[in-house]
Design a protein. Structure first.
Length: 143
């Protein structure tokens, strides 16, 4: 993965589309078109970087959820993201609301836990209700 900025920008685009889509009702005239655009953006990301992220997730799975197969990076995206601040350069800080985001699995130490892919910086966060736990377990780069 050589183009850190492109990866981050693609993830930001997906996260923003997910956030925008979540604010619409299914009956909204724009919902279907926006959902299709989101799926296309996710497909592009999976095609461009899926294999790279599968290699990144493999050791994380071995450590936290060895009985769960490694999936497409899209499976690790949260259903709901939050903007929790702004960096000095004006870009948003993203977080997840709770532990049931991304790929949810059972872990003996944490109970129900998840691995979540977030942008800005591109990172993978382990979350769990027990504790509660929210720990960055991998980072690509700082924004």
């Amino acid at each position: 993965m050589t183009n850190i900025e492109e990866i981050n920008n693609m993830l930001i685009d997906i996260v923003e589309r997910r956030m925008e889509l979540s604010r619409l009702a299914y009956s909204d005239l724009h919902y279907d078109a926006m959902e299709e655009e989101l799926h296309e953006a996710q497909d592009d990301f999976a095609i461009d970087y899926g294999e790279d992220f599968e290699k990144i997730f493999r050791p994380l799975h071995q450590k936290y959820c060895p009985d769960t197969p490694v999936l497409s990076p899209i499976s690790y995206l949260a259903k709901r993201y939050l903007k929790v601040g702004t960096y000095d350069n004006g870009t948003p800080v993203y977080d997840v609301a709770d532990y049931e985001q991304g790929l949810v699995f059972d872990n003996p130490a944490y109970g129900s836990a998840s691995l979540v892919l977030l942008p800005n910086p591109v990172r993978i966060v382990l979350t769990a209700a027990q504790g509660p736990v929210k720990e960055t377990v991998w980072t690509l780069a700082k924004p």
